[in-house]
Design a protein around this ligand. Structure first.
Ligand SMILES: [Zn+2]
Ligand SMILES: [Zn+2]
Length: 635
């Protein structure tokens, strides 16, 4: 091997190592220090070494059964090449005519593994075409410990025989550890039986865990809860979305084969998810082409999250309409297209679930379609369907909603309590369509984009002692007092404009840089703000009587809907409602009776001093702090 060291190094450079560092580092280092390889072993079991020796000192290496037979007069016709049979075969010494016997050694088993590319095809004795088609391999994968094992034996033999690398791409896998990052071992009792795990979680969930958890070359901690989590978030969400489609498509007898995805009938939200789908198809294909498996899995995961928690949630009511309108058809065809494409995109990662979704959605209505998702072509993205500005706007909507929810959380105002207004500071203002989504998601009446969100945020400042202490010495105490009394908004504006703050200390004027200050956001009364990714969201938290009343109404409706579910009523059941509460809440319920009845399918709401007997399902609640007993009865 030392003779071909340069060739080994040159051939290694043609291999795409994932990660690159193993090829250049650990494996490259091994090659630069390569030692000769003694391929014989003193064992019984193994491939018998093909060397015959004569007492005269001559040695002969046999290259085929035919050669063996031609040199031997005791080789059986159906020679079994393993021990002990092969050791009975002797050949005639070409030098002295004496009897040559096979040497007793076997071949290092790593040689067997490295001979795999041609040995598996019995090449060069047959299958030349198959071998040429399959060599070098596009891709191999094994664990990190194989740098001195299989990764090396393959390259060593291939370099000696063909002077080229036997594989183009190699993914190096990290080892699987237990929950605490310990190596699994039988003696420690922390090893997982793969068949138990498969039985418990299913093959898809286990595959998905390894694909999505971490880069392949990093160690994976394997434990039940980790697998279950991925199963719930990705597979569960995808399956529920699929089940949602199937449920309504069955109710409507919807046949996707009879419709087309008609752009003129699609809503903005439909176009958005189709755009996202094509972007997803593009990036997943690129990632997989680059062997970036975790990235591909994570792209699929976040798409499925947006599909379920944004597209389906905001489109749900369209599936509830009783007529099969153009709008409902557009929603069906959009979701159908997304689900079928997703089943193909996910097929390499969750093959069983993908197959099940594909066969039900496609094969059941199209007998001409390939009978398995695994026989389909991998999806190809359509550039004309990608609308980047639309995706960007919706992303901004998502960010604003997330910030708005964080504001509500921080102010401890739940989403059911309507608020009057919000302000957004962002580089790009959004058109009305997108504002409406934000307002409806956040339950707020109005939204204004403004460059002056700073008005609603105050700041407090403290000196960064570690850096300012040495610079200012004794004056640091004076600065601290000065900062405590400073006008936070004005100071922040000055910092944003100039990068520093001018202060007058007793030993002269100083410029304090932003990084020398500890800056904290402080509340302005009546407002709550949060910002991220260059977007600032401010909610006006002032509640007037009207908003408070609306908050009560929403709360009552929500409680009644919870009770409908708990009582096991069907979605379309009509109910009768009784309520016992104080005068204030009674007044609000009476005033908003028709809305409450409409939203809860109630035929009557009676305000009573105490719940009647035979009242149906009853429960005591605290409605925004006001005690209230409610009962619902199926009519
Ligand atoms: Zn064998
Ligand atoms: Zn001899």
């Amino acid at each position: 091997m030392t003779d071909v060291k340069d060739k080994l190094i040159a051939n290694n450079e043609t291999i795409n190592w994932i990660p690159e560092t193993i090829g250049k580092g650990r494996f490259g280092e091994w090659l630069r220090n390569v030692q000769d390889w003694s391929i014989s072993r003193d064992r019984y079991w193994g491939t018998p070494l093909n060397i015959w020796e004569c007492e005269c000192g001559h040695r002969h290496s046999i290259g085929s059964i035919a050669e063996l037979k031609s040199m031997s007069d005791n080789c059986p016709d159906d020679i079994e090449l393993h021990k002990p049979y092969i050791d009975a075969v002797t050949i005639k010494c070409p030098k002295c005519g004496g009897q040559m016997k096979r040497t007793k050694e076997v071949i290092d088993c790593w040689f067997d593994s490295g001979a795999m590319p041609f040995a598996q095809w019995h090449y060069p004795f047959e299958n030349k075409e198959i071998f040429d088609d399959n060599f070098p391999a596009d891709f191999i994968s094994e664990a990190l410990d194989q740098t001195r094992g299989w990764f090396y034996s393959l390259l060593a033999i291939s370099t000696l025989i063909f002077d080229r690398a036997p594989y183009k791409n190699v993914i190096v896998l990290g080892l699987v550890q237990d929950e605490n990052g310990q190596k699994m071992s039988k003696s420690k009792g922390n090893a997982v039986d793969p068949f138990d795990a498969l039985k418990k979680h299913g093959a898809d969930a286990i595959r998905w865990y390894f694909y999505s958890n971490s880069a392949p070359w990093l160690p994976n901690r394997f434990y039940d809860a980790a697998v279950t989590e991925g199963q719930r978030t990705f597979m569960g969400t995808l399956w529920n979305t699929y089940a949602f489609f199937v449920l309504y498509a069955n109710i409507d007898n919807f046949d996707a084969a009879k419709h087309k995805l008609d752009e003129s009938k699609m809503r903005v939200l439909d176009k958005w998810i189709i755009s996202k789908l094509n972007t997803l198809t593009k990036v997943v294909d690129e990632y997989l082409g680059d062997y970036k498996i975790t990235e591909a899995a994570r792209a699929l995961n976040s798409f499925v999250d947006e599909l379920s928690n944004w597209y389906v949630r905001l489109s749900r009511e369209r599936f509830w309409s009783s007529e099969l309108t153009d709008d409902k058809t557009a929603a069906y065809m959009t979701l159908y297209t997304v689900l079928v494409t997703l089943s193909k995109l996910c097929a390499p990662m969750t093959p069983f679930m993908s197959e099940s979704i594909y066969r039900n959605l496609v094969c059941s209505i199209n007998p001409a379609a390939p009978e398995s998702v695994h026989l389909c072509d991998y999806p190809v993205f359509d550039e004309s369907k990608i609308d980047k500005p639309l995706e960007d706007k919706m992303e901004e909507v998502g960010e604003i909603v997330t910030l708005g929810r964080a504001c509500r959380n921080a102010a401890a105002i739940k989403n059911r309590q309507p608020l009057s207004r919000m302000f957004v500071g962002a580089e790009n203002e959004l058109p009305e369509f997108y504002r409406d989504i934000i307002l409806s998601e956040l339950n707020i009446k109005s939204l204004e984009f403004t460059s002056e969100v700073g008005k609603y945020i105050n700041y407090s400042f403290k000196p960064q002692l570690k850096t300012l202490g040495p610079k200012l010495g004794k004056s640091i105490g004076e600065l601290k007092n000065l900062l405590a009394a400073i006008d936070g908004k004005a100071a922040m504006a000055e910092l944003d404009a100039t990068g520093y703050l001018k202060v007058k200390l007793s030993d002269g004027e100083k410029q304090i840089a932003k990084e020398d200050l500890l800056i904290e956001r402080a509340k302005v009364d009546g407002f709550i703000a949060d910002s991220d990714h260059g977007i600032t969201v401010v909610l006006d938290t002032t509640l007037n009587e009207e908003l408070i009343e609306e908050g009560y109404v929403r709360e009552v409706i929500s409680k009644l809907q919870t009770m409908r579910k708990e009582a096991g009523f069907e979605v379309m059941d009509n109910i009768a409602v009784f309520a016992v509460c104080d005068a204030m809440l009674c007044g609000i319920i009476a005033k908003n009776k028709s809305q409450i009845m409409h939203d809860t399918l109630a035929k009557s709401i009676e305000l009573v001093p105490s719940l009647p007997e035979e009242t149906g399902y009853a429960k005591d609640w605290s409605i925004n702090g006001t005690p209230c007993s409610l009962s619902v009865k199926k009519l």
